[in-house]
Design a protein around this ligand. Structure first.
Ligand code: AMP
Length: 248
């Protein structure tokens, strides 16, 4: 039993884990991940790609932001790291992913976005999936130059409605009405980690801690190199073509 679990919760978790393991062994779920620096367009790509692949999108950043909005203990702990542009500690992040993967939404598989972000997380994820005879099928690597990343992040505005979460760019993709989401009409905001100090901390963490994860998945990598002018639809087409072995 985990330290913060009641007996009933522990029994429920073990029952769910067993049911999921059996399901995974029979139904062969698909697990893919989108990997790249902050601002490379992982979230936008995943929102389009997950329904095309028929699996659910699992963004650890979004799950943390949901916990922050709900003021849970995980949310309170994660907030200080996220606002400073630092990674949330591995034990918290991996426990969060384990918990998420118990949800039936992920039983057919998942498109990971922002996880794993360091080698330890990559190894723990491999271990977790291998226990059920499965593993990461492909890692889609978004390789974007640093000037473009800074330009994208500092101009990014995000829909405050968590279930929408669409993003805009003040120059290249502004909303029709300033400050309002075109789709759900909620207010847009600038993420606290999209300000200059946090952006440079995030990019430096990516270079030192996350980039080696790309090598971990080298044999499974599909590398896409979007520029400032590449449209979201072009990225989706390049990825789907690469996954199905076509040439674009
Ligand atoms: P994202 O929305 O993917 O840019 O994530 C926002 C922030 O959430 C990151 O800058 C980290 O602070 C935290 N975060 C998201 N995923 C992870 C992860 N796999 N490991 C540690 N921290 C994470």
């Amino acid at each position: 039993m985990k330290s913060n679990e009641t007996r009933v919760d522990a029994l429920k978790r073990v029952a769910l884990e067993t049911a999921r393991r059996l399901y995974w062994c029979i139904r062969r779920p698909r697990f893919l991940e989108v990997f790249g620096p902050p601002g490379s367009g992982k979230g936008t790509l995943c929102k389009e790609l997950a329904p095309l692949l028929g699996i659910a999108h699992l963004s650890t950043g979004d799950v943390f932001r949901r916990h922050i909005a709900a003021q849970t203990s995980v949310g309170r702990l994660a907030k200080s790291y996220i606002d400073a542009g630092q990674l949330v500690p591995d034990d918290v992040t991996v426990a969060l992913v384990r918990q998420e993967l118990l949800r039936p939404a992920y039983w057919k598989g998942a498109l990971f976005d922002g996880f794993p972000r360091n080698l330890l997380q990559a190894e723990l994820l491999d271990e977790l999936l291998a226990k059920s005879g499965t593993g990461i099928e492909r890692a889609i690597v978004l390789d974007v130059d640093e000037d473009t990343l800074v330009w994208r992040l500092s101009n990014r505005r995000t829909c405050s409605n968590q279930s929408c979460g669409r993003t805009y760019h003040l120059q290249s993709k502004p909303p029709q009405v300033p400050g309002i989401c075109d789709v759900c009409k909620s207010a847009l905001y600038q993420r606290p980690d999209d300000v200059p100090e946090a952006i440079s901390a995030r990019l430096s963490t990516y270079r030192t801690v996350s980039e080696p994860v790309g090598n971990f998945y080298a044999g499974k990598a599909v590398v896409i190199k979007p520029t400032r002018d590449t449209t979201e639809q072009e990225v989706v087409s390049q990825v789907t073509a690469a996954l199905s072995g076509r040439r674009e």
